[in-house]
Design a protein around this ligand. Structure first.
Ligand SMILES: [Zn+2]
Length: 229
């Protein structure tokens, strides 16, 4: 019993000694210039904190333990610098790829407005692509450029390398169109079926509906008449 208490007391003394030895020493970007208790900082736990001046000029109060073990290396500016360097290293394209990645992860989380089209259907994202850098590398390797959008090859499957490709907006509309049914005179069919039914080339119908945005009553006419005002 006494031995345990002594051991514990020794341990505490040792920790205090370690803390004292931190004063005026440099730990990565942090220079320790003083001590402050957790209570004084308004924390519930009364752990030992150190007052540090960071290389960037900020003064911060991290836990002494974190600084000692190397878990805390800066006031927080180190993480920001790493993120910025990664972003710059990947060039000008990064901001658009990032927006695409962000949109994709938001949809694939399948919450809120995305529940019906994504969450409910189990359209998710692979673990690898939850990391932006990994997605960015795949994008560049697979012919990304600023005019292309990400497209799921099989609409019922999620976002992962084998089911995705970069396509033009036009290709993407064509891909989606297979799932879009058009109703006319009480009959519902997809575009190819309407093309056969009406004897109008599929491309013509596609152009009228997706580019001219005509209603089916107009788009399905054999010939279109220009209206004179
Ligand atoms: Zn800093």
């Amino acid at each position: 019993m006494v031995a345990t208490l002594l051991k514990r007391r020794h341990h505490i003394m040792q920790i205090r000694e370690n803390h004292r030895s931190m004063l005026q020493k440099k730990f990565d970007r942090l220079l320790v210039i003083g001590f402050i208790s957790g209570k004084d900082l308004g924390y519930k736990k009364n752990q030992m904190h150190v007052i540090c001046r960071c290389d960037c000029g900020e003064v911060c109060f991290p836990r002494a333990y974190g600084v000692l073990t190397g878990d805390t290396k800066s006031c927080g500016c180190y993480q920001k610098d790493v993120a910025r360097a990664t972003f710059t290293r990947h060039g000008m394209n990064s901001s658009r790829v990032y927006k695409i990645w962000h949109g994709m992860t938001t949809r694939a989380n399948g919450k809120g407005q995305y529940y019906e089209r994504y969450g409910k259907r189990g359209i998710g994202i692979c673990d690898e692509w939850r990391n932006f850098i990994a997605f960015h590398q795949w994008a560049i390797k697979n012919g990304y450029d600023d005019t292309l959008s990400i497209d799921r090859i099989d609409n019922n499957k999620g976002y992962h390398p084998k089911n995705c490709r970069w396509v033009t907006i036009y290709q993407q509309n064509q891909n989606k169109e297979g799932t879009i049914k058009l109703t006319h005179n009480g009959k519902t069919m997809c575009l190819s079926e309407w093309s056969r039914e009406l004897g109008i080339p599929r491309n013509t119908l596609h152009y009228r509906i997706f580019h001219m945005r005509l209603p089916t009553t107009e788009a399905f006419k054999r010939t279109l008449h220009c209206k004179d005002n």
